[in-house]
Write a protein that binds this ligand. Structure first.
Ligand code: SF4
Ligand code: SF4
Length: 440
């Protein structure tokens, strides 16, 4: 089985084994064993749901840090549009970008600008009418991974266009190599990310190489950035994106730029999973496009943000109003020269990772299915999670896979202890009277 890099990790000392995370993981990737959570790496999609749910903050996401900039001669920050929502709307986007320069980046390139390009490319692609519908947005890496792991039959529906951050990285890398006469490996390109899943995509050795050098969590640099933002910003405009691109930070922002009538916006990893199930079952007919985002409310709900998502959404609305008043003009109005970084040949192929499969050998898999069904009949069906598996069904699966035993279920354990106690009493009653006297 492939090795997986994961951004989401357990801080073991803090884990109390409370099972909050096991019950909420969308791919049933967490078990409690020996009183501590364990992530089954091949199942984890780095959605960050367990980070949000853990009451003791025992889950965290590993990202890069500002010190890593020292490895490169020239560093470019790619701020996610969600970064702008972490600051009050009185702080202009230009000031935030200057703040990033003050932190040590040599240049900034807004991911929102690339999102505008991707919107144009999506409209081109949809107008060709050749796609398997509904087309599912590939912008959210946790959703792409969910499809790989849980819904491999939907891979053909994924939009074959690079996500905005990847487009931004490719454009800026090309531009810097040409203009600054630098080798690509001398240029560090850093996504300022609201999302652990992006870190995983960048570092995942088994996927085709990303143009992004690393990802720095918004929460990791927020304090320093706040101090680095100037109170006045006389700089020429660094900020070049329009609401069309910035709006991608909020659920619905992407589809608002698409000319298709039948679109569905779904967010929150469990709702996304339910919607994809409905697509597989053929119940969502007549849809052209699905914008699916793992985090509640979209990227503004990402686990690496610092601001509450409702506050963030409110701030984005305030920014939108200001931008409409100011009529800020985008610079990108056609896919034109950018098609090579946008279209399918450039995007890593998405391979299925059907880790929920019981066995590669069909006969063994069928016998495990039978074992699961018969074990399930003996389990109580409460789905309490006290065994450390998220449900009775997953415990039955774990038993069939040799990862657990029936007595991990406390009800089965109690039954077994009671039976043993009964047997002991019966055996004690059978002891010969002479032995009784000797022992007294
Ligand atoms: S939510 Fe999960 S990681 Fe957090 S304390 Fe409970 S079992 Fe441990
Ligand atoms: S990050 Fe998501 S998929 Fe991975 S263990 Fe946590 S909840 Fe499960």
């Amino acid at each position: 089985m492939d090795e997986y890099f994961h951004s989401v990790r357990l801080i073991s000392d803090r884990c109390k084994g409370c099972v909050s995370c096991t019950k909420r993981c969308p791919t049933e990737a967490i078990r409690i064993r020996g009183g501590k959570a364990q992530i089954i790496e091949s199942r984890c999609i780095d959605c960050g749901e367990c980070i949000r749910r853990c009451p003791t903050h025992a889950k965290t996401a590993v990202t890069d840090q500002l010190a890593d900039l020292a490895e490169y001669a020239y560093n470019v920050a790619l701020p996610a549009p969600a970064l702008y929502a972490q600051f009050s709307a009185e702080i202009g986007i230009d000031a935030i970008l200057v703040g990033l320069l003050n932190l040590g980046f040599d240049e900034v390139f807004e991911v929102a600008q690339a999102a505008e390009l991707v919107s144009l490319a999506i409209n081109d692609y949809m107008a060709r009418g050749q796609a398997s519908r509904p087309v599912i947005s590939s912008a959210c890496p946790a959703v792409v991974r969910l499809i790989q792991v849980k819904f491999p039959e939907l891979i053909d529906h994924l939009l074959p266009i690079n996500a905005p951050v990847e487009v931004a990285a490719r454009l800026v890398r090309q531009k810097c190599s040409k203009q600054l006469n630098l080798k690509p490996e001398q240029i560090g390109i850093w996504f300022i990310t609201p999302c652990p899943a992006k870190m995983t995509v960048i570092k995942q050795a088994n996927d085709l190489k990303s143009s992004i050098s690393g990802a720095i969590g918004i929460s990791k640099i927020y304090g320093d950035l706040l101090k680095a933002i100037p109170t006045e910003c006389p700089n020429p405009r660094l900020h070049k994106s329009t609401w069309q691109g910035i709006g991608w930070a909020v659920a619905g922002g992407e589809t608002s730029t698409i000319n298709e009538l039948n679109t569905l916006v779904v967010y929150g990893i469990h709702s996304v999973s339910t919607a994809l199930e409905q697509v597989v079952m053929g119940k969502l007919t007549g849809l052209d496009y699905i914008e699916a985002l793992a985090c509640a409310g979209g990227c503004i709900g990402g686990a690496l943000n610092v601001e509450d998502r409702f506050v963030a959404e409110h701030r984005m609305k305030q920014r939108k109003r200001t931008m409409e008043t100011v009529q800020e003009a985008g610079e990108l109005d056609s896919v034109g020269d950018y098609s090579e970084v946008l279209l399918s040949g450039e995007r890593p192929p998405v391979e299925p990772k059907p880790v929920l499969r019981l066995d590669d050998d069909i006969m063994k898999a069928m016998s495990k299915v039978e074992e699961i069904e018969s074990t399930l009949k003996r389990l109580p069906g409460f789905d309490c999670g006290l065994c450390g598996s998220p449900s009775c069904y997953t415990l039955a699966q774990d038993i069939a896979q040799g990862m657990a035993s029936e007595t991990d279920c406390i009800f089965k354990l109690r039954e077994k202890v009671r039976d043993l106690a009964q047997t002991m009493i019966e055996l004690a009653n059978k002891l010969p009277p002479s032995l009784d006297k000797e022992s007294s």
